[in-house]
Design a protein around this ligand. Structure first.
Ligand SMILES: [Zn+2]
Length: 518
C-alpha cells in the first residue's frame, strides 16, 4: 500500500518524538556498563562444544575451496544468525566471495623469425597474463630497461603495444662507479630485490605488450622456481595486460645478436609470435563477516579476526586444526555472542565491532588480503584496530616460564603505543594473564608478525594485536585435535580479547596511531 502524504507526515512526527525520547533515556542511564557480566557468558564449556564440531573429522580439515571449508563457513554463519549478529555486508549476505586460483604453468608458444623456442628450457613466464596471441614484425631493444632521473633506456623510443627486450644490470662509468647512484653502490635497477619488479613496472607503464628479460645469472634459478610454483594458490587477478618472461642466452641472441655488449636502445625488424594460454584453475572460497553496529560511532570499526581454513586431508589423514585455527574461530563466535547479548540489554558498543572469519590463510593470508586490498567491507581509514586470534588453545612446550596461564602478544606496540597500554591495562584489571612479548622482538627469526592475517591490516597502518600460544608438536600435524585443547585457558584468552575490544569500542577517543609507517 502506498502511504499518503498526511499519514507519512504523522508517522515521521511520531517517529521523531519516539527517537528523541529514547535518546533522553540512554543519556540518563549513562553509567558505564560492566563488561564482566558479558565476559562471563564466554565459557570453556561453550568453546569446547563448538570446537568439537568445528574441528571434528566431518569438517575434513577445512581445506580452502573444498567441501569441509564450505561446511565451516555454514557453521560460522549459523552461529551468527542464532546469536542475532547481523551480516556485515549491506545486502545481508554473510559471505564475501574470495576468488582464488591455483597456479599452473601456462601454455606458451613462442617463435622468433620462424624458429620455435621451448617453455622452461628457453623462457619462463613469471606472472600470469591475459590469454591472447601476439604477432609482430618489429621488436624494441630497450637496453637495461631503466628510466631514472639522469638515465633512461626509453628516451626517444615508443614501446606501446610492442615486444620489448631488455638485459640485466645498469650502466657504469669508466671509473667503475654506477651512473645512477654515482657511487659503488647499485641502484634499485640492478639490486637483486628490486630489479625485476622495477623493470617490469616501467615497461608496463610505457604500454609494452610483452617484456622479455635477459638475465643470464639467474635464468635457471627463476625457471626452476616458477616451474615449481604450480599448485600454489593465489588471489585470482584475471591476468596482467603485459606478458613478462625471462629468456635464456639462445633466445636473447636470436632477438638481439649483440645483447651481451649492447647498451643502446633500438628497434629491429624481427618477427615474433607469442600465444599465451593460462592454465590457472579457478577456486571459489569465501570469508564470513558479521557486525554489531556501534551506538554512537557506528562508522568506526574494531575488526576481530580468525582464519577459518586449515590444511584439509593429506595421505588419508584429516588435519583437524583444532588449535590452528579452530580455537580462534570459536573464540570469535563466543565474543560475538557476548557483544550481542550486551547490545540486547542496552549495552551495545559505541563503536562497531566487525567479526571477520577469513579463508585461505594457510595458502598465504589470501582471505584477509582480499579483504584489505580488494574489498574492505568498511573503509580501512575508519578501522580503529584489528585483534587477530590464531592459535590460543594450547601450551608452548618450549616456554621456559612455568605459568601456564600465559599468552604471546605480537604487534601491540608497533603502530600505536596507546593500543599496547590499553591492552596491558585491560589485562591487569580483568584477567591477569602472563602476557609474553618474546615474539614481538623485531629480530625474532620466526617473523610471526608477518605470518597471520593481522599483517594485512598492519601494512595499512591499522594497529593490530596478534594473540598466539606458540607452536607445539602438533602444529600443522594431524594431531592438532580438540581433545588436546586447554579449555580453561581458551576461555581466559577469549575473555581477554573480549575485554580489549570492549575498551577500544567504548572509550571516548579513538586510539592514536603514533608510529605509522611510510
Ligand atoms: Zn593459523
Amino acid at each position: 500500500m502506498k502511504k499518503t502524504l498526511s499519514t507519512l507526515a504523522i508517522a515521521l512526527v511520531l517517529a521523531s518524538c519516539g527517537s528523541s525520547k529514547n535518546q533522553e533515556a540512554t543519556t540518563k542511564v549513562k553509567e558505564p556498563a560492566n563488561p564482566t557480566k558479558y565476559a562471563e557468558t564466554i565459557t570453556a564449556e561453550d568453546l569446547k562444544t563448538a570446537l568439537y564440531v568445528y574441528a571434528g573429522d566431518a569438517f575434513e580439515g577445512r581445506e580452502t575451496g573444498e567441501k569441509g571449508q564450505k561446511m565451516a563457513v555454514d557453521f560460522i554463519k549459523e552461529h551468527y544468525i542464532e546469536d542475532g549478529v547481523p551480516a556485515a555486508k549491506a545486502d545481508g549476505n554473510y559471505f564475501q566471495d574470495v576468488p582464488l586460483e591455483v597456479m599452473a604453468p601456462a601454455d606458451i608458444n613462442l617463435s622468433v623469425n620462424g624458429k620455435t623456442f621451448k617453455t622452461i628450457e628457453d623462457f619462463t613466464s613469471v606472472s600470469s597474463a591475459k590469454d591472447g596471441t601476439l604477432d609482430t614484425k618489429e621488436i624494441v631493444f630497450a637496453g637495461f630497461g631503466i628510466e631514472d632521473t639522469n638515465y633512461s633506456s626509453y628516451d626517444g623510443i615508443d614501446v606501446r603495444g610492442k615486444v620489448v627486450v631488455i638485459r640485466s644490470g645498469e650502466p657504469k662509468k669508466a671509473d667503475g662507479m654506477y651512473v645512477i647512484t654515482g657511487t659503488e653502490e647499485a641502484s634499485k635497477w640492478s639490486n637483486f630485490r628490486q630489479e625485476f619488479s622495477s623493470k617490469q613496472e616501467i615497461a608496463k607503464s610505457k604500454g609494452a605488450k610483452a617484456l622479455l628479460f635477459y638475465h643470464p645469472d639467474i635464468y635457471s634459478m627463476v625457471a626452476n622456481r616458477f616451474g615449481s610454483a604450480s599448485g600454489r594458490m593465489n588471489l585470482a587477478g584475471g591476468g596482467e595486460d603485459m606478458m613478462y618472461m625471462f629468456i635464456n642466452t639462445d633466445l636473447a641472441k636470436a632477438l638481439v645478436s649483440d645483447i651481451e655488449t649492447n647498451e643502446k636502445s633500438m628497434s629491429a625488424k624481427t618477427e615474433v609470435s607469442i600465444t599465451y594460454k593460462s592454465n590457472a584453475k579457478k577456486i571459489s572460497s569465501e570469508n564470513v563477516a558479521a557486525i554489531i553496529r556501534g551506538s554512537e560511532k557506528p562508522d568506526e570499526y574494531i575488526v576481530i579476526s580468525a582464519h577459518l581454513d586449515h590444511e584439509g586431508i593429506k595421505d588419508g589423514k584429516v588435519y583437524n586444526g583444532a588449535d590452528d585455527d579452530g580455537s580462534g574461530t570459536v573464540s570469535v563466535l563466543e565474543i560475538a555472542e557476548a557483544f550481542a547479548k550486551a547490545k540486547k540489554e542496552g549495552h551495545g558498543p559505541k563503536r562497531s565491532i566487525v567479526f571477520l572469519n577469513v579463508t585461505g590463510e594457510e595458502k598465504g593470508l589470501l582471505g584477509s588480503r582480499h579483504y584489505t586490498d580488494n574489498d574492505p567491507i568498511f573503509p580501512l581509514a575508519n578501522t580503529v584496530a584489528n585483534l587477530n586470534i590464531d592459535m590460543i588453545g594450547r601450551l608452548d612446550p618450549k616456554r621456559e616460564k612455568k605459568n601456564r596461564n600465559y599468552l604471546y602478544l605480537i604487534g601491540s606496540d608497533k603502530l600505536s603505543t596507546e593500543l599496547h597500554n590499553i591492552s596491558e591495562m585491560v589485562n591487569n584489571k580483568y584477567m591477569n594473564i602472563d602476557l609474553d612479548y618474546t615474539f614481538n622482538d623485531e629480530n625474532d627469526p620466526n617473523r610471526y608478525y608477518y605470518r597471520s592475517d593481522h599483517y594485512n591490516f598492519a601494512k595499512n597502518n591499522v594497529p593490530v594485536i596478534f594473540y598466539f600460544n606458540g607452536t607445539h608438536d602438533d602444529y600443522h600435524q594431524p594431531g592438532d585435535t580438540p581433545d588436546k585443547i586447554e579449555y580453561d585457558l581458551l576461555e581466559n584468552r577469549t575473555r581477554l580479547v573480549f575485554y580489549t575490544a570492549w575498551e577500544l569500542a567504548n572509550r571516548d577517543a579513538r586510539i592514536v596511531v603514533d608510529k605509522a609507517t611510510e
